[in-house]
Design a binder for this molecule. Structure first.
Ligand SMILES: Cc1ncc(COP(=O)(O)O)c(C=O)c1O
Length: 333
């Protein structure tokens, strides 16, 4: 019985990575090709499946956690909570998630439906790094440090395994999928694992590839991303910040307009974070080349936010779901 359950779990976990790279036809021409790496096609619906899996596997290899005994606790703006709740549970761990109350209701419901315990703080949408501002991070740390025998916090903001998941996985995938033709790479920054992992790999392959970091405005509404004028840079990001060639800032209005535009032009229902990356790819000047952006998750968790922002009424949202292309079979959405 235990063997059978484990093999079903392993089958699902093997589906992490190898996500599709889709051409954005409406903004591509003979000189420039734009592609989106659709991380919603991971089993739990986002780019964070990669980091969560690598962090849990590495902690097991290092003997820091034991199946059936340890509790994994993590501060997150949503996707890492979903990924950990799904993946760690499959592997035999309890999960507790500390999340800002501003995260979307759909996100919180998914985490609870996966059986994780949820603690909410009044933090900004992405827990700010820096003394006195990071309630989610501080709360996770204090719960974990009171019971070190039982609790383990991967701490995605400093965990090297978060970087490695992208350096060993997503980076090589993009290199192979573009047959080495990529010239520009765009990603948003939360912990920095995605952009530094992929950026470091791509720069080793071809130092001329431009790595462009996308940030939202201050006091933004973009779940998963961080603005570095209002939040300190995470340790993981600081370690390899030098892979970044350029920065671009996108405001809330530009991001939400892009959600609508991508649906109209590409029939894709994307998340605020993916729309922010799309807006940046369009706004940044590229003369010729092959441009790849990370679409970290899709729009299915944002029905309430899109209604609130006047992007799609609930009825419109339901019809976009019927028309949308490239929706994944992620298990939680
Ligand atoms: C939707 C979304 N986009 C982008 C990111 C940024 O990824 P990273 O933490 O690797 O910088 C995250 C991280 O939580 C996310 O949830």
């Amino acid at each position: 019985m235990a063997t059978k359950a484990l093999s079903a779990a392993e089958t699902l976990l093997k589906k992490i990575g190898n996500t599709p790279l889709v051409k954005l036809l409406s903004i591509s021409d003979e000189k420039k090709e734009f592609y989106a790496k659709l991380e919603s096609h991971n089993p739990f619906g986002s780019v964070k499946d990669r980091a969560a899996y690598w962090m849990v596997k590495t902690a097991e290899e290092q003997g820091l956690i034991k199946r059936g005994h340890s509790v994994i606790i993590e501060p997150t703006s949503g996707n890492t909570g979903i990924a950990l709740a799904g993946i760690a549970k499959l592997l035999g761990y309890k999960v507790e998630v500390v999340i800002p109350e501003k995260a979307s209701d759909e996100t919180k419901k998914i985490i609870e439906s996966l059986g994780a315990t949820l603690y909410q703080t009044s933090d900004d949408l992405c827990p700010k790094v820096g003394t006195g501002t990071d309630q989610s991070i501080a709360l996770a740390r204090s719960i974990a440090s009171a019971r070190p025998d039982k609790y383990y916090s991967p701490n995605q903001y400093a965990n090297e395994a978060n970087f490695m998941g992208h350096y060993k996985g997503t980076g090589p995938e993009i290199w192979e999928q573009t047959r080495g033709k990529i010239t520009h790479f765009f990603a948003g920054v939360g912990t920095g694992g995605t952009i530094t992992g992929i950026g470091a790999y791509l720069k080793e392959k071809n130092p001329l590839i431009k790595i462009i970091a996308v940030q939202p405005q201050q006091n933004h509404l973009i779940q998963g991303l961080r603005n570095f004028e209002e939040s300190a840079k995470p340790d993981l990001f600081l370690k390899r910040e030098n892979v970044i060639d350029d920065w671009i800032t996108i405001n809330n209005a530009e991001a939400f307009a892009a959600v609508k535009e991508i649906f109209q032009k590409e029939k894709m229902l994307v998340s605020p974070s993916s729309a922010t990356v799309y807006a940046a790819m369009k706004k940044y000047y590229v003369d010729t080349g092959l441009v790849v952006g990370i679409f970290a998750d899709d729009g299915r968790k944002f029905k309430s936010l899109y209604a609130q922002q006047g992007i799609f009424t609930p009825d419109e949202f339901d019809s976009t779901l019927k028309e949308a292309k490239y929706l994944s079979n992620a298990v939680v959405l």
